[in-house]
Design a protein around this ligand. Structure first.
Ligand SMILES: [Ca+2]
Length: 167
């Protein structure tokens, strides 16, 4: 029987931006899933400590306009609730300042959770060019009232663009 190729609806599937199986994430340590070290799943451990820091994911394709949100799997260690900022750089041609979309994420769970952030929930900093021109996804522990939590350790996995939020 002939193999069925993934064309048609499958061509509009979610798009992976980061998975620790594929490549390391700068400023993080690749390690097995802390909840199940035997499952063969790698994740990226980020323990920024007390300093303001970020992790950056550079998309291969800057055009995110056919998607509607970002999905991120985050594992949190046993700490008091804290917050992270998610930023999407989107500079117009020739821009000399930083233009981006931003969203504050309350971190009030322990263990794994998948958060899905619709693009429409982001606010704008200055004049971002649009979701068709995203040059960097940043997750950071400072700014807009966020204070670095020295005890917080985060694992990231399965960072992806989702075509339809809620489906
Ligand atoms: Ca993984």
């Amino acid at each position: 029987m002939a193999a069925v190729l993934g064309i048609g609806p499958a061509a509009f599937a979610d798009k992976v931006l980061f998975d620790a199986e594929q490549n390391p994430l700068p400023n993080t340590k690749t390690r097995p899933d802390p909840e199940d070290t035997t499952a063969g799943n790698n994740v990226a451990l980020w323990a920024p400590g007390a300093k303001p820091r970020d992790v950056q994911i550079i998309p291969v394709d800057p055009d995110w306009s056919r998607f509607t949100g970002i999905s991120i799997r985050i594992h949190v260690n046993d700490v008091e609730p804290t917050e992270l900022m998610v930023l999407c750089d989107s500079n117009p041609e020739g821009a000399t300042d930083l233009n981006y979309y931003l969203k504050k994420i309350p971190i009030d769970w322990k263990g794994w959770k998948t958060i899905v952030i619709p693009f429409e929930e982001f606010t704008k900093a200055r004049s971002p060019a649009g979701w068709n021109r995203i040059t960097c996804l940043k997750i950071q522990n400072y700014g807009w009232g966020c204070e670095p939590n020295p005890a917080a350790e985060y694992d990231f996995d399965d960072v992806k663009l989702v075509e339809a939020v809620g489906k």
